[in-house]
Design a protein around this ligand. Structure first.
Ligand code: AMP
Ligand code: MG
Length: 344
């Protein structure tokens, strides 16, 4: 299959590009689209075959549900069977934006979207191109991240093509994604809202609207493949480069001492901006130490860059777990297969 490459400005979506993408999506084809978080691999959420094709193109495990993307908040009642007050509050505060809300689904959504669950994650992206493509398609779009399952998520069209060129019908290229990590996934059943996956909306932002929120234990801990995960996607090894990643928790000084004593051919450092001059290893950086939004923007590209540069083992500086840092740490932990060494 030849992947059609469509290009548009990010802020002024080209109407002919969006119309073409919308036509392909209505016809059951797969189109990678830019969102404010990462590129998504979109297909009709109403078409069982299109949804199955998404799983096949990504090599995604069948039990990992997809997020359904809507053009505007007022589409939600068409596809969600129940919308509790808390969901209305979240929609008002954060949509369009990087927040996915898990709600009971209506029958017309393809059953493969939710991987057998009775709920679906809904999101309304803020990226003008994502909105324009969904609007042009006129249907809700199932869209997981547009990477081969297990690899770092794509924040540029080049990342998408590196993984999926020839496996999908088209890509809409609108440059680099602004947030860089995926949406925050929130579930509202139970007494207290639960963060199933940290992302572009921080726990503090959610607390400001909902009062209390709990962070699911799977966010910071490994689950065995057999454990029942509230968010099935959290149980898989994820976001991982081919190189082995090991997170070193500690200061820059202890990082330097440790890596000096543990250097072999192909050992790299994944560090913060400005630290390269002190670290005696080839370095790939991912934002400033005190800027978790920059870390979020740059992490996935950095995880791809270490492979491109031939790293075998990558020692990673550990991000702060506050604000957007929780999402950054969650992704890095999975990229490292939970290998963490405490240097204190
Ligand atoms: P991705 O689209 O690749 O960014 O992954 C979607 C994430 O949302 C995965 O971690 C899923 O497990 C999670 N998710 C989607 N739908 C649901 C749902 N109905 N219940 C719980 N988690 C969900
Ligand atoms: Mg993904």
């Amino acid at each position: 299959m030849q992947t059609l490459n469509l290009k548009t400005e990010p802020t002024h979506p080209d109407p002919s590009v969006c119309a073409r993408a919308g036509e392909l999506l209505r016809a059951g084809k797969l189109v990678a689209i830019p969102t404010e978080t990462v590129y998504g691999l979109a297909g009709s959420a109403l078409d069982e075959n299109a949804v199955r094709a998404i799983f096949a193109a990504k090599g995604r495990p069948q039990d990992n549900p997809l997020i359904v993307h809507l053009a505007a908040p007022d589409w939600l009642p068409r596809y969600a069977a129940e919308i509790p007050d808390a969901a209305h509050q979240l929609v008002d505060a954060f949509w369009p934006g990087p927040l996915t809300i898990v709600l009971p689904k209506r029958e017309m959504l393809a059953s493969a979207v939710s991987a057998g669950l009775s709920t679906v994650g809904f999101r309304c992206p803020s990226h003008p191109v994502a909105q324009a493509v969904i609007e042009a398609a006129g249907i809700p779009l199932a869209a997981p991240s547009a990477n081969r399952s297990g690899s770092p998520s794509p924040t540029t069209a080049a990342h998408v093509l590196a993984d999926l060129d020839g496996r999908i019908d088209a890509i809409v290229d609108a440059g680099t994604c602004a947030v860089g990590v995926e949406s925050t996934v929130v579930a509202l059943h139970g007494n207290v809202p639960h963060i199933l996956r940290p992302g572009g909306i921080t726990p503090a932002q959610l607390k400001a609207v909902l009062g209390a929120v709990e962070i699911d234990p799977a966010v910071l801990e490994g689950l065995s493949d057999h454990a029942k995960a509230a968010s099935p996607g959290m149980k898989y090894k994820h976001y991982a480069p081919k190189a082995k990643v090991i997170i070193l928790k500690g200061t820059l000084d202890t990082f330097i001492d440790y890596t000096r004593a543990h250097t072999a051919n192909g050992t790299f450092a994944l560090c913060f901006d400005g630290e390269q001059t002190r670290i005696g290893l080839p370095c790939v950086t991912y934002g400033k130490a005190d800027d978790s939004a920059a870390q979020a923007r740059e992490l996935f590209a950095a995880l791809r860059a270490v492979d491109e540069q031939g790293a075998q083992v990558v020692y990673a500086r550990c991000p702060a777990e506050t604000d957007m840092g929780l999402a950054v740490y969650n992704r890095l932990l999975r990229a490292a297969g939970f290998s963490v060494i405490k240097l204190y």
